[in-house]
Design a protein around this ligand. Structure first.
Ligand code: AP5
Length: 215
């Protein structure tokens, strides 16, 4: 199965991609996670991407396209994959079409999660991430000195640099101007599944799985 999970920043793409990858035994490829890891490790890619990612802009298409091409050729993707955060521009969508035509001709699904900007701003302003293992938690759910429920680290929760209010606004602007039009490109290239992203995490997963099973 080949899936693109699509939608605004903070709509729940990463959350749902992790659940689906585990339930359907697919590789989860998040270009955002790959870039953040490169920034943390100060690799050549990380040094190029740092300022762009932290201000909410888009890393050049050929860089991200190259990362995705290389990743999709790996053994872990043989059973199928979920792309999270890619494609984000029309040139990236064209790059993906070329990569997939060289790989195989399997059916492609595009899952679009939907939520208004005010829901997004509230979610992202309250998101904290464990600096040790990447576990995501809502600020309100975190007690003083709480240990990370995933890796047990203490006082490890931090805000992502791009979750500051001004950067969130810029990410939403970039999404509406540049990424949203990519949805149109897939109307005749993928099976489209649209899901209300404002329901609970469990309800969103159930809606996605029901729709995937009925297609
Ligand atoms: P990326 O990491 O892809 O960020 P994003 O698209 O902005 O998405 P997020 O990770 O912020 O949110 P999400 O939709 O995954 O939501 P989440 O599940 O965490 O990209 C970051 C940056 O990297 C980009 O800005 C760009 O600079 C660069 N980049 C990446 N890909 C690129 C590309 N292809 N081209 C160029 N540049 C690229 O959920 C958010 C919060 O809401 C969490 O706290 C979660 O717990 C909560 N939540 C989730 N679902 C629900 C729910 N149903 N109900 C209540 N709360 C929920």
């Amino acid at each position: 199965m080949q899936i693109i999970i699509f939608g605004a920043p903070g709509v729940g793409k990463g959350t749902q991609a992790k659940i689906l990858a585990s339930k359907l035994n697919l590789a989860h490829i998040s270009t955002g996670d790959i870039l953040r890891e490169a920034i943390k490790n100060e690799t050549e890619l990380g040094l190029k991407a740092k300022e762009i990612v932290q201000s909410g802009g888009l890393v050049p298409d050929e860089i991200v396209g190259g990362i995705v091409k290389e990743t999709l050729q790996q053994e872990k993707c043989k059973n199928g994959f979920i792309l999270d955060g890619f494609p984000r521009t029309l040139p990236q969508a064209e790059i993906l079409t070329r990569i997939l035509s060289e790989l195989n001709n399997e059916k492609l699904y595009l899952i679009k999660l939907e939520a208004d900007d005010d829901v997004i701003v509230s979610r992202l302003s309250n998101r904290l991430v464990c600096s040790k293992c990447g576990y995501i938690i809502n600020k309100d759910a975190l007690k003083d000195n709480a240990k990370c429920p995933s890796c047990g680290a203490e006082n490890s929760f931090v805000k992502r640099k791009d979750d500051e209010e001004e950067v969130i606004k810029n990410r939403l602007k970039v999404y509406h101007e540049t990424t949203e039009p990519v949805f149109e490109y897939y109307q005749d290239k993928a099976e489209i599944i649209e899901v209300d992203g404002t329901k609970s995490i469990e309800e969103v997963s159930r809606a996605i799985l029901d729709k995937l099973n009925s297609n």
